[in-house]
Write a protein that binds this ligand. Structure first.
Ligand code: IMP
Length: 431
């Protein structure tokens, strides 16, 4: 089989998740970062958890791009990212220790402590309709930034005058204080929040700048930039299972919009999935399974939230979902093929059918929450394998059943697939 060559590239390579998050983008971004001059995370916030394993040592980050372990690389967060300064303070240390160069966009929204309180209050008060958020204040941050066009931006942390102006604009912080108190919690006062901003401005100030401008400068000479998405298309605010989704754009449009990417500068899009599906938080999950196979995968795959520690539900690889979420994708990376094996059979879903009928869901029907509640996923069982495949570095070294599984998916989706066969940054089969 021919090797799939992604690097070197000119311009922008975008890495996105194509399931419900937690699909191993961190590992792939860390691997590809060696070929990039700059790695930019473009949306989401500290709700994400990215795990990178280098020489058996595990690093878990939430905001800075997963390429931060590479000396000399610029590791940036764009203006779409909900920046939590408390998390950034920690991650700046990790980046500097590794020798990478952090840069945070001055126009990006800041997650203030009260947003996390509001997230918690909203979840606690929503009874049976809770979204199961990570409670990291992501929804309230975008509500204020996008919906009300208020709040603090990273550049504000550098100026007391700007903080004061932002807190008072259209009674922003007075309203937030009222809301938190109505929910039974005590927010920081105006005075304490201003001090919080000053403190974080002192720590982060020299890493705050115009990320979009730097992206444009590099692109003018086609230098390689790697864009890292957060979560996955199933959680995208427009394309995902609204309202059980996050508040940002997880796919390619998020990168284009927040980094002003010229269309012609996009060298390619890499979609990341796992060989099965996981979901955490509320929302529909048609291929969910609760049996010995799913329990084993949950255990062997360490399927527990990096940010919240919640166990992730496990289900069969969902081709019906991937048909929609890989429309933008040039190459698919399928991670954790090593975890999928270990038994006689492996499950896969090829189609959804309306419940109690023989009517298949049409190929392009939008997968809304309402639709997903009306359908049943038809799960097929394909031959499994029990051999360990973590040391395999070529397709031909894989057991036949594993090879057949991947080739089947490749044909169904019409995309070349790169395989992840273990947690380490090099446990990848590029063919
Ligand atoms: P929020 O992003 O914290 O508002 O949470 C909204 C939904 O997205 C919840 O179901 C979360 O569990 C889910 N979510 C947010 N970030 C991630 C992630 O990085 N991986 C998986 N699920 C996530």
């Amino acid at each position: 089989m021919a090797r799939i060559v992604l690097a070197p590239w000119k311009g922008v390579l975008i890495v996105i998740g194509v399931q419900w998050g937690d699909c191993g983008k961190g590992k792939v971004v860390d691997h590809l970062a060696q070929y990039a001059e700059m790695v930019v995370r473009y949306f989401g916030g500290a709700n994400a958890g990215h795990t990178v394993v280098v020489n058996g040592v595990k690093y878990a980050t939430r905001l800075i791009p997963s390429g931060f372990r590479h000396r000399g690389k610029i590791v940036a967060t764009g203006r779409g990212v909900a920046h939590d300064p408390e998390v950034l303070a920690e991650e700046v240390k990790a980046a500097l220790e590794a020798g990478s160069v952090p840069l945070f966009d001055e126009n990006a929204p800041v997650v203030i402590p009260a947003y996390k309180q509001i997230d918690q209050i909203n979840e606690q008060n929503s009874g049976g309709t809770a979204l199961g958020t990570t409670r990291k204040g992501i929804g309230p941050t975008y509500r204020e930034y996008v919906g009300n066009r208020r709040g603090l931006r990273m550049g504000d942390l550098l100026s007391e005058e700007r903080v004061k102006k932002a807190l008072h604009a259209r009674s922003f912080y007075a309203d937030i204080i009222d809301e938190v108190r109505r929910g039974g919690l005590e927010p920081l006062t105006h005075y304490d929040l201003a001090a919080w901003c000053r403190g974080h401005g002192d720590i982060l100030g020299k890493y705050i700048g115009d990320v979009t401008c730097l992206v444009q400068e590099l692109l003018r000479s086609n230098r390689p930039i790697l864009c890292e998405g957060a979560q996955g298309e199933g959680l995208d605010i427009w394309r995902g299972t609204w309202p059980y989704c996050t508040s940002s754009l997880c796919g390619v449009p998020g990168a284009i919009s927040t980094l002003d990417l010229p269309r012609k500068k996009i060298a390619g899009v890499v979609g990341i999935c796992k060989a099965y599906v996981t979901r955490v938080g509320a929302g529909p999950f048609p291929t969910l399974m609760d049996n010995d196979w799913s329990k084993r995968v949950q255990k062997v795959g360490g399927e527990k939230g990096t940010v919240t520690g919640r166990p992730r539900d496990v289900g069969a690889l969902d081709i019906e979902q991937l048909r929609r979420t890989t429309r933008d994708v040039d190459y698919l990376v399928m991670n954790k093929l090593d975890v999928l094996g270990g038994g006689d059979q492996v499950p896969i879903c090829l189609d959804y059918f309306y419940k109690n009928t023989k009517q298949r869901v049409e190929r392009d029907t939008t997968l809304t929450t309402e639709l997903m509640e009306r359908v049943e996923a038809k799960i097929e069982l394909l031959p499994g394998w029990t051999e360990s495949i973590s040391d395999c570095r070529s397709r031909s070294a894989l057991p036949k059943a594993a090879r057949d599984f991947v080739e089947h998916v490749e044909k169904l989706l019409g995309k070349p697939i790169i395989l992840g066969v273990g947690p380490d940054r090099d446990a990848i089969i590029w063919e």
